[in-house]
Design a protein around this ligand. Sequence first.
Ligand SMILES: *[C@@H]1O[C@H](CO)[C@@H](O)[C@H](O)[C@H]1NC(C)=O
Ligand SMILES: *[C@@H]1O[C@H](CO)[C@@H](O)[C@H](O)[C@H]1NC(C)=O
Ligand SMILES: *[C@@H]1O[C@H](CO)[C@@H](O)[C@H](O)[C@H]1NC(C)=O
Length: 479
Amino acid sequence: MSRIQKLSVLVVAVMSIGSVASHDYGDALTKSILFYEGQRSGKLPSTQRMTWRKDSALRDGSVIGVDLVGGYYDAGDNVKFTFPMAFSITMLAWSVLEFGPSMGLDLQHSLDAIQWGTDYLLKATSVPGVVVAQVGDPYGDHNCWERPEDMDTPRTPYTVSKESPGSEVSAEIAAALAASSMVFRRFNQTYSASLLKRARMVFEFADKYRGSYNDSIGSWVCPFYCDFSGYQDELVWAAVWLMRATRAPYYWNYVLANIQNLDKTSSFAEFGWDAKHAGINLVKSQAPYTPEPFTTNADRFVCSVLPESKTVSVSYSRGGLLVKPGGSNLQRPAALSFLLLVYSRALRRDKRVVRCDNVVAKPDRLIQVARSQVDYLLGSNPLNMSYMVGYGDKFPQKIHHRGSSLPSVSQHPQHIDCDGGDSYFWSNNPNPNYLTGAVVGGPDIQDQYSDSRVNFVHSEPTTYINAPLVGLLAYFKTH
Ligand SMILES: *[C@@H]1O[C@H](CO)[C@@H](O)[C@H](O)[C@H]1NC(C)=O
Ligand SMILES: *[C@@H]1O[C@H](CO)[C@@H](O)[C@H](O)[C@H]1NC(C)=O
Ligand SMILES: *[C@@H]1O[C@H](CO)[C@@H](O)[C@H](O)[C@H]1NC(C)=O
């Protein structure tokens, strides 16, 4: 081999490593936010960019005389589950609070995505003493493969009240409204104040009338978004956000008095739509002079995630993806990486490192792990496959999503009824409409992905997979 040939081999090798590692985070950010337009329920505005979607569910709430039009469809179905929806809004708001300055022109789209959610959460809590926990009969909905624009399944609202409480769903709404009030403070003080006022009211309701919506609305929420981890974590989580938003000592005292109620054994490592524990410790650790147990718990959380730590409690695939048991796995690397990134900034500020036995983790290591997860998701993986629709050359084509897999109303204005959707569900064709930016449940622990509409555990997007990713992508876009 001549020197020139050797040199070109070297250049090619370096370039291919480079091309694996570098991603267009700005493009992915834009798309990750656009996804929320595809999940919109209600009357779409003239600014709607994802135009294959049309108005839908315009009579939601009419059976109980409350306007419940709007909000987000949860995933590939057309139910509005308020508990995970509120968590998604909390995470979008947290993403903007941390990384908004890196978002550029996408900041406005993020604000729109948050407001589409908060406008709905205001409607869902407009009757004092009542919180709308869900709209849409989940059994009826799941039995039909229908576009949201065609829906004729029961749009039953399910509510919690003083007599039949639901502290987890109510407190998560309070957290979402409080975090969003901080986001909007700079942009619209009136709106911000109304969000905060409602957050305080809903928190009081959640705290005073304690109970799980498991018991109040039972089989309408279980097994879909059954509250496994209890409602104590949401109460403390909401108080943490209200503390940040109001700086009122009342909420800080509440956090200190109730943090003991949280299960201490392993929950410090949990974070998602159900369990908020790791997030509680992280938010608190962002304030200087944090008392125990927050910092210790946040450090323990890091040690439970870092692959080199002896106390690691998550698994990694050979390709490097963080995996935990349960469906829609990409929600976990997204949410946990978001926490790692946020915590790395607190560590830097306090000039600290995390010690996991003999392993010393500097802030940069936390960022590196977070970046590896984002890169995996965007295509640096054994299949060279992006798990975000519309990002990269190879991405899921047959996602488990009714609207995306059925022809758009503009192409096919005739009604497609419940059974009429079956042939589209079973079809081997790619989905006709790109739900751009949607991140699916993702590959299995063998790094394999079958791109099958039937396999919803892997091929379904959800609002809460994308929400922390919005913050991560904004950061990596500028760093
Ligand atoms: C601010 O929020 C209020 C209350 O929601 C709304 O009526 C008003 O139009 C908003 N102003 C701007 C400039 O968006
Ligand atoms: C909710 O129901 C699930 C499933 O039955 C159960 O495991 C969980 O402990 C319940 N949560 C609460 C807070 O009661
Ligand atoms: C992924 O890309 C790498 C580098 O370009 C290549 O060597 C490998 O064969 C690709 N794998 C698949 C499954 O396409």
